[in-house]
Design a protein around this ligand. Sequence first.
Ligand SMILES: *[C@@H]1O[C@H](CO)[C@@H](O)[C@H](O)[C@H]1NC(C)=O
Ligand SMILES: *[C@@H]1O[C@H](CO)[C@@H](O)[C@H](O)[C@H]1NC(C)=O
Ligand SMILES: *[C@@H]1O[C@H](CO)[C@@H](O)[C@H](O)[C@H]1NC(C)=O
Ligand SMILES: *[C@@H]1O[C@H](CO)[C@@H](O)[C@H](O)[C@H]1NC(C)=O
Ligand SMILES: *[C@@H]1O[C@H](CO)[C@@H](O)[C@H](O)[C@H]1NC(C)=O
Ligand SMILES: *[C@@H]1O[C@H](CO)[C@@H](O)[C@H](O)[C@H]1NC(C)=O
Ligand SMILES: *[C@@H]1O[C@H](CO)[C@@H](O)[C@H](O)[C@H]1NC(C)=O
Ligand SMILES: *[C@@H]1O[C@H](CO)[C@@H](O)[C@H](O)[C@H]1NC(C)=O
Length: 432
Amino acid sequence: MDIQTEQQPFSQRPIILLAFPINRTLCFALSFLLLSVSALFIFNFSATPFNHQYYDLLRLHQFLLQIFPRNGPSFSSTTTSPLPRACDYSNGKWVWDESYPFHSYTENCPFVDPGFRCTQNGRKDEGYRKWRWQPDGCDIPRFNASELLERTRNGRIVFVGDSIGRNQWESLLCMLTPAVSNLSTIYEENGKPINKHKGFLKMRFQEYNLTVEYYRVPFLVIIGRPPPNSSSEVNAAIRVDEMHWFSQKWVGADILIFNDGHWWNEFKTVKMGYYFQEGGKLNMSMDVMEAFRRSLQTWKRWVEENLDLNRTHVFFRSYSPVHYRGGTWSEGGNCDTDKEPERDYKKLQDEPENNIFISDVIKQMNYVKHKVQFLNITYLTEFRNDGHPSKNRENGTSDEAPQDCSHWCLPGVPDTWNELFYANLLSKGFRK
Ligand SMILES: *[C@@H]1O[C@H](CO)[C@@H](O)[C@H](O)[C@H]1NC(C)=O
Ligand SMILES: *[C@@H]1O[C@H](CO)[C@@H](O)[C@H](O)[C@H]1NC(C)=O
Ligand SMILES: *[C@@H]1O[C@H](CO)[C@@H](O)[C@H](O)[C@H]1NC(C)=O
Ligand SMILES: *[C@@H]1O[C@H](CO)[C@@H](O)[C@H](O)[C@H]1NC(C)=O
Ligand SMILES: *[C@@H]1O[C@H](CO)[C@@H](O)[C@H](O)[C@H]1NC(C)=O
Ligand SMILES: *[C@@H]1O[C@H](CO)[C@@H](O)[C@H](O)[C@H]1NC(C)=O
Ligand SMILES: *[C@@H]1O[C@H](CO)[C@@H](O)[C@H](O)[C@H]1NC(C)=O
Ligand SMILES: *[C@@H]1O[C@H](CO)[C@@H](O)[C@H](O)[C@H]1NC(C)=O
């Protein structure tokens, strides 16, 4: 199966949204539903029947009902790190900048998925590309493709996560192209087409002997057959104590960029018959957030046991919000009328609980001198309701298909995530 499956029409799959009691239009809980059909393809087994409804119901229980403080200074961190205090790029505002982006790419970059080529798919406005993220109290260093390629020469940059991770990976591939004179020297090592693949893609930048790779692993841990004699309601077992098989391929990477969390909700797990397993045994009563917490501990252990953190830089990118207005994705929810970023931070969604879990686990790894970093892009991304493909889906998408308000047009918002990734990498003195 291919990645297009992620963008199949969903109209046959009914979904009920419990109304969010607060007048907010951004719905984290709905994120990645456009990707969810591909839940099937993360399995490396075929015998399990999947003849159930994938999306019965959405629940918003995993969100904290707290509002982040927005007025404080951005240097409020109470870190005890001996390193000089780095800039907090996560807090700031979007500013209109005609000259932005400086040295960038266009939609014609061969590594952009058809679904992210918004102009080619009919989007008329281009202003959404002219907003630049301005952190409070500091500037983001200008992204320099040659600099990043030089610093990663003979190396590997590895993205691990769901299809928003692929969105970001494609963005980085394209951001690097201006420094490569002959685009044919960038190729997928196994000849796989970029939009049809089964699990991972490995782009080689021949001139730099560098690979920039993407692994599709939405839970990070193994999801497999239920243990023998499981009850019939169990369609699969998410083994919270075992890293995904692909993880052996990540060892030796110079830079790892994870994302995770969007699939850890009841609707993509227990409601689909995917229960949690630990120590070889199913635990039918394990709560999904508890399972997520345990899987992050498994991830932490894996990082500690398998990576040389003197050498490897690890990022965990935070949650990427979705923006469906006027209903869920299946109820005609839309974002196509949004032509500029939200200006009122009070209208933003709350911090997803998943982010707090992730940042907590990373705080536990402080001893490695911040070689493991939480790349917090959630707040800045919340403003960008204007950045999604919306109704400008790729050719061949049915008119009744729901809008895509979870992925991002390219060039677009994920470029900023990569600018922040680059800035953080430089501030840690990566390979210099
Ligand atoms: C992410 O950044 C925003 C903006 O600075 C901040 O309010 C939020 O607390 C951060 N989230 C985490 C989990 O650190
Ligand atoms: C980008 O980096 C390259 C290689 O490090 C350097 O030669 C060049 O001057 C940089 N360009 C800019 C605009 O800073
Ligand atoms: C390319 O990089 C790999 C490490 O990723 C290294 O082992 C190999 O020697 C490099 N090849 C060349 C020609 O430098
Ligand atoms: C570009 O690279 C390809 C693949 O290595 C090569 O066949 C082609 O001749 C190169 N083109 C130029 C103009 O150098
Ligand atoms: C599964 O159930 C069968 C029949 O009840 C039994 O013979 C078998 O030992 C059980 N297997 C396991 C692994 O419990
Ligand atoms: C199942 O998981 C819960 C945590 O959610 C734990 O409290 C309980 O002890 C576990 N049950 C078994 C049988 O391991
Ligand atoms: C990492 O570097 C520190 C200090 O240079 C050194 O003591 C430690 O042994 C190194 N760890 C590994 C795994 O190489
Ligand atoms: C989609 O189809 C239209 C009309 O046939 C065509 O002009 C356009 O180039 C196509 N877009 C893509 C991305 O293939």
